[in-house]
Design a protein around this ligand. Structure first.
Ligand code: AMP
Length: 211
């Protein structure tokens, strides 16, 4: 699993790491956003909480994750991104995984807070193909349209400045304690997420492969 504050780059890294290791990228944020976009029953339950930057309940998340991890494509392992996010969820994950919990590795992307704020508030995503770029990063595209498929780039509702503050507070209160949880179990690996993207990527791969 990848752990890290909102904007630490874990979503993008998780996707690439999963692609490289040929295993599924299981992002609870993406799953919930898809549910909202589809207007499903799950989407209706989580929409307001997500838009306010609050966490969805542990019980609901346990159901969502248990169902996903029971799919056959997850048998050889997955990259978990965005789950667990509370210590209760970490216990739930242990229960969901059963004997497989012994193979967990928790890679923490350590990133300075000011870097995070620029990354999140400047982030734009393509509604069509999912490409992500940043208006403060001249190396990533950033006109009003996606340079891959030409669709409109939008700011996620939960990336607005005031919502980012709410997400940071939730992160500090509820998610940071996970670091202690996994450290005690000897499963925590720390990666300097301030470095350039390809360097961080190689470090994550190295940490997973050596565990
Ligand atoms: P993310 O894309 O991982 O930043 O997730 C976006 C939003 O989805 C979060 O701000 C939460 O509202 C919700 N969410 C995603 N994963 C979880 C989780 N494990 N527990 C509770 N809420 C979650």
């Amino acid at each position: 699993m990848l752990l890290g504050p909102p904007g630490s780059g874990k979503g993008t890294q998780a996707e690439l790491v999963a692609h490289r290791l040929l295993i599924p990228h299981v992002s609870t944020g993406d799953m919930l956003r898809l549910a909202v976009a589809r207007g499903s029953e799950l989407g209706a339950k989580v929409k307001a909480l997500m838009e306010a930057g609050h966490l969805v309940s542990d019980d609901l998340m346990r159901e969502v994750v248990a169902e996903r991890l029971a799919q056959p494509d997850c048998l050889k392992g997955v990259i978990l991104d965005g789950y667990p996010r509370t210590v209760v969820q970490a216990h739930d994950l242990d229960a969901i995984l059963g004997d497989h919990a012994q193979f967990l590795v928790a890679v923490y992307l350590d990133v300075a807070e000011e870097v995070i704020r620029r990354r999140i508030v400047g982030r734009r995503s393509c509604m069509q193909c999912g490409r992500i770029c940043n208006i403060y990063d001249s190396r990533s595209c950033c006109g009003p349209r996606c340079d891959v498929c030409g669709s409109e780039l939008v700011q996620r509702p939960d990336d607005h400045d005031e919502v980012v503050t709410a997400r940071m507070v939730e992160y500090a209160e509820k998610t940071e304690p996970l670091l202690g949880y996994y450290r005690k179990l000897g499963l925590l690996r720390i990666c300097n997420g301030d470095l350039d993207f390809p360097v961080v990527h190689e470090e994550i791969i190295g940490l997973i492969e050596s565990s």
